[in-house]
Write a protein that binds this ligand. Structure first.
Ligand code: MN
Length: 496
């Protein structure tokens, strides 16, 4: 589990020398109280670091350069307690490379009617000081998050929580490495794309190893390691009887454990945080990794089936953003539909690779034939996804740009038995309805693969796409087809 406390956000307050020493001392003191309160808030998982008030062009430039150069500084929160003439901010903002949150707050919550005088008015000017700052950001076309409200309000803390988690996601994205074992599933379009453009836009590197390189590592795993991992399986999951010691399929379990350990060793040695594979390219492997890929995802790695590197990268990034939150994030595929007009639903699943972080209740460990790929029967974890609000997220390459598509869905409790379906599964209802949700998704070009998230909201993806400067298409309760088509047409011009 990633420790978000290893990342920091700087709290930077702008002012000017006009107000005199005493006022600036109070500005500093107030800012320190706010920054420390954020830093100590259980709602904000990162460290929030107070920085002395900046009052000149030179000081602003210096702090922006320092933020860029500081490892693990993932962003800046800026606040104008007093008026800070914004031309002083231009050169600093021009070089700033970390995301910025503009906090529009004030130190006091209420107007102190009985005591308010001109000294108070001189000190507490963010109502107009922040507008000057907002103007220069607007004029410079800088994407930023604007958060409004008293700094102790729950809604403000929650928005800072969201944005700072996203800032860590973006930070990790810039340095992450994705490895592909083999290429794409042959002829598939949506899982392919421009890996060079992706590295330019997102920072993550995608490179391929022949599956033989992985097989070599798998074959070096010791029997002792395998037996230890099998003990862990037996302690964690409800095992199918044929997988028990002496059972007819026990050798499949041994092989699955060997594959998982090989995957883990390969990824750790290469510094990879996400990977892809494909059932069409398994030379030297006896089974398609099932339980191995499922458990690597549960440990925080990104995974994409059939060579899908974009979804794999997003699985990892979304797991980073959701570190420590209740609920899970998984690679997912819209598999088949229930078109009953009274209760329409999507059945989400994959051949094997659904992350058990989304499981509701018991997780079973089973072995069954795959029916595709011509390899030995793979061991997999079988379970139901839990009920509640969720998201499906797809990142696609549409030629001149990347588009992120988000569909809000409502997962329902899986009460049906699936006696013959040997895969993990989830059932959900797309917003705003089955018909409009699916129609919108297909019009926007959303993939069949997604990242399915139980704990992130659309706001996380909105903040992320703002930080990255890429297109976002949201399909939610308020979506209409006419508006969606109009947005897609408009985006062709905006992102030209
Ligand atoms: Mn697939």
């Amino acid at each position: 589990m990633l420790n978000l406390k290893t990342f920091e956000v700087w709290f930077v307050t702008g002012s000017q020398h006009l107000y005199g020493e005493e006022t600036l001392r109070q500005v500093d003191e107030h800012s320190k109280i706010i920054a420390e309160s954020f830093n100590n808030s259980p709602q904000i998982p990162l460290r929030i670091i107070f920085k002395p008030v900046v009052k000149t062009t030179e000081e602003i430039m210096a702090i922006c350069k320092e933020a860029n150069a500081t490892p693990n500084c993932v962003g800046i929160i800026a606040w104008m307690h007093t008026f800070s003439p914004a031309k002083m901010w231009i050169s600093g903002l021009n070089v700033l490379q970390v995301p910025l949150l503009h906090l529009h707050t004030q130190f006091n919550r209420d107007i102190p009617y009985a005591d308010i005088d001109m000294d108070f008015m001189n000190l507490n000017q963010s109502a107009h000081g922040d507008r000057e700052f907002g103007f220069i950001m607007a004029k410079m076309r800088i994407n930023r998050k604007v958060v409004v409200g008293h700094w102790q309000a729950d809604s403000v803390l929650e928005k800072i929580n969201t944005w700072s988690r996203v800032a860590v996601g973006k930070y990790k994205m810039q340095t992450m490495k994705v490895v592909r074992f083999g290429d794409n599933m042959r002829q598939v379009a949506v899982t392919d794309g421009d890996k060079v453009a992706a590295e330019m836009k997102f920072g993550f590197a995608v490179n391929t190893h022949g599956v033989g390189d992985l097989v070599q590592v798998i074959n070096q795993i010791s029997d002792a390691e395998i037996q230890n991992l099998i003990k862990e399986y037996e302690a964690t999951y409800q095992m199918m009887s044929s997988l028990a010691n002496g059972g007819a399929m026990r050798s499949s379990l041994v092989e699955a454990a060997r594959i998982e350990l090989g995957l883990k060793a390969f990824l750790e040695a290469g510094g990879y945080s996400a990977y892809t594979n494909t059932f069409e390219d398994l030379h030297g492997m006896r089974q398609l990794p099932g339980i191995g890929s499922q458990r690597m995802m549960a440990a925080g790695y990104g995974y994409g089936g059939e060579g899908d590197w974009k979804t794999s990268a997003m699985v990892h990034v979304m797991k980073v953003m959701a570190s420590g939150m209740k609920g899970g994030n998984s690679f997912m595929e819209d598999y088949t539909y229930h078109f009953d007009p009274k209760n329409p639903m999507v059945l989400g699943s994959h051949m094997l690779e659904i992350c058990p972080s989304i499981a509701d209740g018991q997780v079973k460990c089973e072995v069954h034939p795959l029916g595709i790929g011509g390899k030995e029967d793979p061991v997999r974890l079988v379970f139901n996804g839990s009920a509640g609000s969720a998201l499906n997220v797809s990142l696609i390459d549409i030629g001149n740009r990347f588009r992120m598509i988000v569909n809000e869905v409502e997962a329902v409790e899986v009460t049906q038995e699936f006696p013959k379906l040997p895969t993990a599964r989830a059932l959900w209802k797309p917003q705003p309805s089955m018909e409009i949700g699916l129609q919108s998704w297909i019009l926007a070009g959303g993939a069949h693969h997604t990242v399915y998230s139980q704990n992130l909201t659309t706001e996380y993806l909105e903040d992320l796409t703002d930080m990255l400067g890429i297109e976002l298409v949201v399909i939610d309760k308020s979506t209409t087809i006419r508006q969606l088509k109009s947005d897609l047409r408009m985006n062709e011009v905006i992102f030209k």
